[in-house]
Design a protein around this ligand. Sequence first.
Ligand code: HEC
Length: 121
Amino acid sequence: MKNAVSSFIGVAAVLLGTSAVTASAQTGQGDPKMGAQRAAMCSGCHGISGLRNAYPEVFHFPKIGNQHPEYIVAALQAYRSGERSHPTMRAIASSLTDQAMADLAAFYGQGGLRQSTAAGK
Ligand code: HEC
């Protein structure tokens, strides 16, 4: 199980690299379409259906779909600043730009998990 979890973190790290490259030049409003792409790196832990997690027995993964966008941004910023401490989320949040956080928040705040299911895969 430990291996499965660390390979998840490895996958997340690869995806994070990609999102840094695709990060949009302008900042401002979150774009749920960009958020949907970025969320690929979150869904492994936070669950694609929103109900099930890949490894519920290892960690408690909070459900973030349909969460208020402001709450998601605030939580990610708190992880990035170290105000909220969790090694995994801190590593993830510290590589996200403010724009990436806004995009993710827009996506999840819209109930993005349902959209990602509808998009197939
Ligand atoms: C490797 C697993 C993993 C990945 C990948 C991951 N998370 Fe998390 N996330 C967690 C865990 C575990 C927690 C609970 C941490 C805690 O107890 O503070 C959490 C907590 C959160 C919270 C706080 C939820 C709450 O109810 O307060 C938010 C928001 C969040 N994650 C967003 C994201 C986003 C957005 C991504 C993708 C960029 C992401 N996470 C990727 C494991 C992960």
